[in-house]
Write a protein that binds this ligand. Sequence first.
Ligand SMILES: Nc1ncnc2c1ncn2[C@@H]1O[C@H](COP(=O)(O)OP(=O)(O)OP(=O)(O)O)[C@@H](O)[C@H]1O
Ligand SMILES: NCC(=O)N[C@@H]1O[C@H](COP(=O)([O-])[O-])[C@@H](O)[C@H]1O
Ligand SMILES: [Mg+2]
Length: 390
Amino acid sequence: MNNSIKLPQKLMLLGSGELGKEFVIAAQRLGNYIIAVDRYASAPAMQVADCCEVISMLSADDLEAVVIKHQPDFIIPEIEAIRTEKLLEFEQRGITVIPTAAATNYTMNRDRIRELAHNELGIRTAKYGYAITLEELIVISDEIGFPNVVKPVMSSSGKGQSVVLDKSEVEKAWNYAIANSRGDSQKVIVEEFINFEIEITLLTIKQWNAPTIFCPPIGHRQERGDYQESWQPAGISEEKLLQAQEIAKKVTDALGGAGIFGVEFFITEDEVIFSELSPRPHDTGMVTLISQNFNEFELHLRAILGLPIPHIEQLGSSASAVILASEKSDSITFTGVAAALSEKDVDIRLFGKPTAHPYRRMGVALAKAANVQEAREKATKAASKIQIIS
Ligand SMILES: Nc1ncnc2c1ncn2[C@@H]1O[C@H](COP(=O)(O)OP(=O)(O)OP(=O)(O)O)[C@@H](O)[C@H]1O
Ligand SMILES: NCC(=O)N[C@@H]1O[C@H](COP(=O)([O-])[O-])[C@@H](O)[C@H]1O
Ligand SMILES: [Mg+2]
């Protein structure tokens, strides 16, 4: 990647959810041409892109057809469930895959990135094991101990994930994981349950021709394995932050390429434990839509295009809180928007997803305040004012 990139560039986004939508907005602001791709029509990023394609991103033939048709300069994955072997082929044909085709292959499934981090790089993770049958899961669960966490190796946002308290719950966890696994994998990971004080996302920006830089850490709270609220800065010690940065640098260096990574850690009283990472903007990083001079989507874009990031400024205690659907619906109307926006330093995003189902993330509330506690309360209050009626 050279320093004299010309704009516009043609960017193909694989996955067109809420994170993609904000990325497209950032890319449009610099006049780029974006093709938004996803498995369903009218996905959030498609609503703001130059054009869109509806395909199965797990199908090599479908991917080939859209790449031939549009001839993108960059392919930018936005979800995990992509036929990543095909991305390797596109990269060999001269298209830049973000962060690299190999990195998307490593992070598509939890097992590959876990093996890289733990076995090859020697990074501390939760104790873990794998199973491809219920019988194997019963044996490995005993070895790991209880409580533990069972997840499909291919899934995100907590889909198919459960905390298993004892032996009697193993079968239920297996069935739930297999039923909710994305893609064609039938493999699960079992992890020791980490009793953390706080969990954080460290947004790590890897650049083509400049050093790796970091955003201030983001704290978050999850339910059902899915993010509910996040805040920045996360109150962790300087020493733990430096440890997290060192680990994030090690893993992202091993993956290579350029772009933003959301590196997740469990912080216990005396340890920094690597959990997983997204080689793209992170859902908990939506707080940066209000908390920084450059949000995570703008940072991703600059890193991808080799544009400078002279300074990242944190603008003060900030928080995000999700707006979730409670029932199934294919006609979405929001009420309470005016009430949510009535307070100073509060903003919202409504993603424009065409359908809803229980717990689907439909929007996010953002807030800034004098301290993190107040920012969290403000964001949560604003989110609670928004109702989805169908
Ligand atoms: N071993 C563990 N110990 C304790 N909590 C865990 C463990 N693994 C996962 N969790 C909890 O579940 C959440 C989701 O887990 P994880 O990040 O592995 O799933 P995910 O489906 O990849 O989520 P996302 O795609 O949103 O990042 C974590 O953020 C954490 O709150
Ligand atoms: N943790 C990963 C994550 O938050 N991904 C974001 O959610 C979208 C899928 O949403 P959907 O399941 O509602 O279609 C993805 O496209 C991405 O924007
Ligand atoms: Mg996660």
